[in-house]
Design a protein around this ligand. Structure first.
Ligand SMILES: NC(=O)c1ccc[n+]([C@@H]2O[C@H](COP(=O)([O-])OP(=O)(O)OC[C@H]3O[C@@H](n4cnc5c(N)ncnc54)[C@H](O)[C@@H]3O)[C@@H](O)[C@H]2O)c1
Ligand SMILES: [Zn+2]
Ligand SMILES: [Zn+2]
Length: 362
């Protein structure tokens, strides 16, 4: 048995996305079908559409989603029909070496749904980040569903499923931001502003937002940035040093993911400070040439952050509660609510910098 629903696919590299009919199988063992209520448009969806992640076209895009479990397959105990859930990239095993080391995002045995969703002619689709949620209903592994407070606004808490979680976690979990720290965030989109919000939650006293777009810098202040730097107007490293007593920041987060922004992060951190790369580079990008002596001499840590080193079952309900208490403004990330037909337009708006997050509401 299966059902046919509408969803957004990227058929070929750089082609405009299309709304098409998609066949969703009934959930098999360990799987769940989720009725999607909302799904944010993340820059990673644009990377998929541009062929920047891999060539497994056609992609079923969308992966920042909240919804209601419709049905579950045999043996599913995590969730039941009717549960309100935020989706995560992959179910983790909890038992492998990576999971036992407290790094579940590197789990050796992560899994997604085993059955494919397909076009009506049977062509299998590659779901973005193992989810595929610009669709009325999607098929995932039950462990990809994390229950959160059903009273929460779906368009807001759904963003915990990727960008905002990736940013908050890059600051708190990967960067280890402490009370009183100085933090600089390069790139203030959904991910970077998540990092700013995370730095604020952790008690950083100086939070420097860096972007090329003044509108983004203005929005960043709303999430806790204490200072802003327009990267088009002079030397970013000198500006960050100037705002931190000449030292550089304790933690610098690169939420763009280009060689030049990573190099700025490298030199804009204090001695023994931490660099966190969270923006996703393209396959051809290389680490910029930096004297090895500078790596040695500056000490500290050069890190990358997958999914904010999050543990969904711990972090999604916790951040939903901070949202309910008014201490994390998830609503401010939602620039507009759109329909499935407007996803292509949302990519254009993202590219122009008009929005922080467009959120598809079904
Ligand atoms: N590591 C992860 O787990 C993870 C998760 C989600 C997204 N990402 C990645 O994070 C990155 C950001 O995603 P997003 O959704 O926030 O994107 P976005 O397009 O909303 O934001 C990017 C921001 O960077 C700014 N920018 C671009 N070039 C810049 C430069 N040279 N200097 C300063 N600012 C610059 C843009 O003006 C924009 O505000 C993407 O690469 C995305 O794929 C990573
Ligand atoms: Zn594991
Ligand atoms: Zn994403």
């Amino acid at each position: 048995m299966s059902q046919t629903v509408r969803g957004v696919i990227a058929r070929a590299k750089n082609a405009e996305v299309e709304v098409v009919s998609i066949v969703v199988p009934d959930p098999g063992p360990g799987e769940a079908v989720v009725r999607i209520q909302t799904c944010g448009v993340c820059h990673t969806d644009l990377h998929y559409k541009q062929g920047g992640i891999n060539d497994d076209f056609p992609f079923l895009l969308g992966h920042e989603a909240a919804g209601t479990v419709e049905s579950v397959g045999a043996g599913v105990t995590e969730v039941a029909p009717g549960d309100f859930v935020v989706l995560n990239w992959r179910a983790v095993c909890g038992d492998c070496r990576a999971c036992r080391r407290g790094k579940p995002q590197y789990c050796f045995a992560t899994h997604n749904a085993k059955q494919p969703m397909t076009l009506e002619d049977g062509t299998p689709l590659s779901p973005a980040l193992g989810i595929g949620a610009f669709i009325e209903k999607t098929l995932v592994a039950a462990g990809q569903c994390t229950k959160v407070d059903p009273a929460a606004r779906p368009a807001a808490v759904g963003l915990l499923g990727c960008g905002v979680m990736a940013g908050i976690g890059a600051a708190i979990n990967t960067g280890g931001v402490q009370r009183g720290d100085s933090v600089a965030v390069i790139g203030c989109g959904g991910v970077g502003d998540g990092a700013i919000a995370g730095a604020a939650l952790a008690g950083a006293t100086t939070i420097i937002a860096v972007d090329t777009d003044d509108r983004k810098l203005e929005w960043a202040k709303g999430f806790g940035a204490t200072h802003t730097v327009n990267a088009r107007e002079g030397d970013v490293v000198a500006a960050i040093q100037g705002l931190t007593g000449g030292f550089g920041a304790d933690v610098v987060i690169d939420a763009v993911g280009r060689p030049e922004t990573w190099k700025q992060a490298f030199y804009a951190r204090d001695l023994a400070g931490t660099v966190v790369l969270v923006g996703v580079p393209t396959p051809e990008m290389k680490i910029p040439e930096i004297p090895l002596l500078d790596v040695f001499g500056r000490g500290g840590a050069l890190k990358s952050s997958w999914y904010g080193d999050c543990l969904p079952t711990r972090d999604f309900p916790m951040l939903t509660e901070l949202y309910r208490q008014g201490r994390l403004d998830l609503d401010a990330f939602v620039s507009e609510e759109i329909g499935l037909e407007q996803v292509e337009e949302a990519f254009t708006k993202m590219h122009r910098g008009d929005v922080l997050r467009s959120v598809v509401v079904l």
